[in-house]
Structure formats: C-alpha cells, structure tokens
Ligand binder design. Sequence first.
Ligand SMILES: [Zn+2]
Ligand SMILES: [Zn+2]
Length: 342
Amino acid sequence: MPISAVLTAPGQITLEDRPKQEPAKGEVVIAVEHAGVCGTDLALFKGDYPVPLPLVCGHEYVGRVVQTGPGVSSEWENQRVVAEINNTCIARGRADLCRACRMGLPGHCQKRNVTGIIEKDGAFAEEVTVPAGVLLKVPDTLDPLLAVLTEPLAAALQTFEMTPVQGNETVAVLGPGRLGILIVFAARLKGLKVFAGSRSEAKRQRALRFGATEVLPPDALLHRVREDTEGLGADIVIDATGTPDGITQAINMVRPRGVVSVKTTCGLPAGGLDMTKLVVDEIRLQGSRCGPFAPALDILHAHQETLRPLITSQRPLSETQQALESAANEDKVVLDMPVLRQ
Ligand SMILES: [Zn+2]
Ligand SMILES: [Zn+2]
C-alpha cells in the first residue's frame, strides 16, 4: 500500500499506509518522485492557514503517471509530469462550468479543490491522484529534481503576468526566500533593476548570485531605493516576506501610482496597514498566486545548472515531519519518494 505523510493536527505528521487509489473518469495516478516544501506547507503545518484535517500536504511535485482512468488519453501513460494545483471545472472536463471558469478565470474556479491545500490530498505521498487536465509533460532533458520548482517559479512569473513590465522598471523584493529568490531571478530575466532586502547575509549574497542588482538589510533598503529613484520610490515592490508586516514596508517603498505585489500567504491578517498612504499615493495592491507552468518549465530547462543550488536539502518521505520542521529555517527542502523506475 502506498505511504502518505498525513497532517493529522497542527505540527503533527503521521505516516499512513493507504489503500491504492483508483483513478476515476478523467483522472490519473502519479507515482511521486520529488515534492518540494514551500511556505504554504509551513503555514498549513503550523496551523496558521487553517484547513480541514487530516490532509496530505504537498503541491509542488514531479512524478510519473502510473495509472490512467477512463477517458484519459493514452499519451499520459508512463509520462513524467508536473501538475497545476487547481483542479477546476475545466481541468476536470465538467460540462457545466462555474461562473469563474466561464469568465476565463479557472484559477478562481468556484468548484475547485486545490491539491495538497484545500479538500484534496497532495504529494507528500508515494501516490497522488489528479485530473489529467492539470498535467504538463516534463522534458527528458530536465532534471526531475528541478521540476519541483515549476509551481513556485510559475507563481513568481505570475507577479509579472498581473503587473506587466516594460523592462526599465525598478523593483524591490522584500524577503528573497524560497519564493522571493525566484521572483528576483524572474525579474532579472525581464531586464529589471532589482533591489532585494533581507536580514540574512546569506540570503543577500544568494540574491546577488541570482540576479539582484543590489542587496541590503531591510532597514537600509528603503533609504537606498529612495536615493536611487530621486526620492520617488520603486515602481513595483514585491512582498515575499511571509510575514504580516511585509506589506507595510512595501507601501512605504513604492512610488505613487506604483504597484505593491503581495505574495505572502502566511494566513495571518496584516495589522497597521497605512490606508492613507495607499489612497494619497494612488498605490495599487496586487495579489497574485498561481502562474503559467509552460514558461516556468522553459526557464527551468534553460537555467537548470544555475537554479540547482536553490534546493538546499533532500529527505525521504519518512522524514516529512523533520522536513517541515527544518524548512522553517532553510530554503528549499525536497522530499524524495521511492520510485517505480523502469
Ligand atoms: Zn507552494
Ligand atoms: Zn469552475
């Protein structure tokens, strides 16, 4: 029986043998090879992001299709895949689309569940079952370990889907951690001038290696960004701090009519939000979440050697509890599953 690492209560992972899953119509079973731990998993684990438990977390993963349900194209059999996390009306091939899906906003599907987050067990397990409509093939020439970064890199790219750029903008990234470092990288690929702020010297050095133009401690960042922009502020400030205070720092740093791009999903409310500055400076707050997988896979493929060091440790599935505990203090922990290799 396949093993799942089940979040049974906040802070508590239990390994369970679960009956083999049978794919329903339109679904596939994926033998998971690697699954990344991200900030959302930590918020779920700590209980800051409350969801019904028990839940198998894990939404950043790569694996091989080992079984296909009725109606699934044979092209998926034995394919190595990554999978988008929102299981929408469209992905499930429903005839009656919800209003969001009809409007072309499947990411906001009203009938969706979300793999590893909302009402759908995820990939901290030997097997995960999802609709075939969420799959993308992973090229043979891409290291499968790096493919776990597809989902977070897509989320990083979504920043610039929601706030398109010309290439001459100045951006500030607050918190170049797990997600923030991918935003730094994506911003530099777009030719932007990137300031990154972190309390951690190691994270600042890493942000430089991944394309930041300048890195500073958070206290010094505001001054430096203002200095560099003749006192006006950055065009876009991205809050990837993972803390409720990040948005306040971002509002202080952005220029009038600029954009504060919010990427923090810590599950906690942001107190002390300066509404007046928001109004007076006509600042746009732009949340963004899941992004496009195809360009993320292309970027990973083109830059795999550069991006490999982002994965800081690997642990077996049996150490999911320890992985979630240590992920609070390191960047990218990846769980490795026993794999049915051929
Ligand atoms: Zn994630
Ligand atoms: Zn829908």
